[in-house]
Design a protein around this ligand. Structure first.
Ligand SMILES: [Zn+2]
Ligand SMILES: [Zn+2]
Length: 110
């Protein structure tokens, strides 16, 4: 009766050493660094206003104000934003100004 032979080990050239934890993290970091700039530009493009036309008075303004709380299509001029937000104290509209977004403070008691 033949005895079973143990399997022969694979040749050493086929054995890959597993990556260390730090090597895995460095590889992941480099992958993110490669796409970081593109993702940042895409995010800024997404934040730009979809229109420069006020939804209430239909006037076109360069510094359009957007309120997420009012809704995805809530774009206002200064005057309409102040009028509509008088009773809405907790809305945080944002004003598009020269390619940057600023939190807009409504003039509530004017
Ligand atoms: Zn308006
Ligand atoms: Zn609002």
């Amino acid at each position: 009766m033949d005895m079973l032979e143990p399997p022969s080990p694979p040749p050493t050239s086929l054995i890959k050493p597993s990556m260390s934890y730090s090597a895995k993290k460095e590889k992941l970091l480099k992958a993110w660094e490669a796409i970081r700039s593109k993702m940042l530009h895409t995010h800024i493009e997404e934040m730009s206003p979809a229109t420069t036309c006020c939804v209430l008075c239909h006037s076109t303004v360069d510094n359009i104000i957007h309120c997420d709380t009012c809704g995805p299509n809530a774009f206002y001029c200064d005057l309409c934003c102040n009028q509509i937000h008088k009773p809405m104290l907790f809305h945080r509209p944002k004003k598009w100004n020269v390619g940057l977004i600023f939190t807009y403070t409504c003039r509530l008691y004017k």
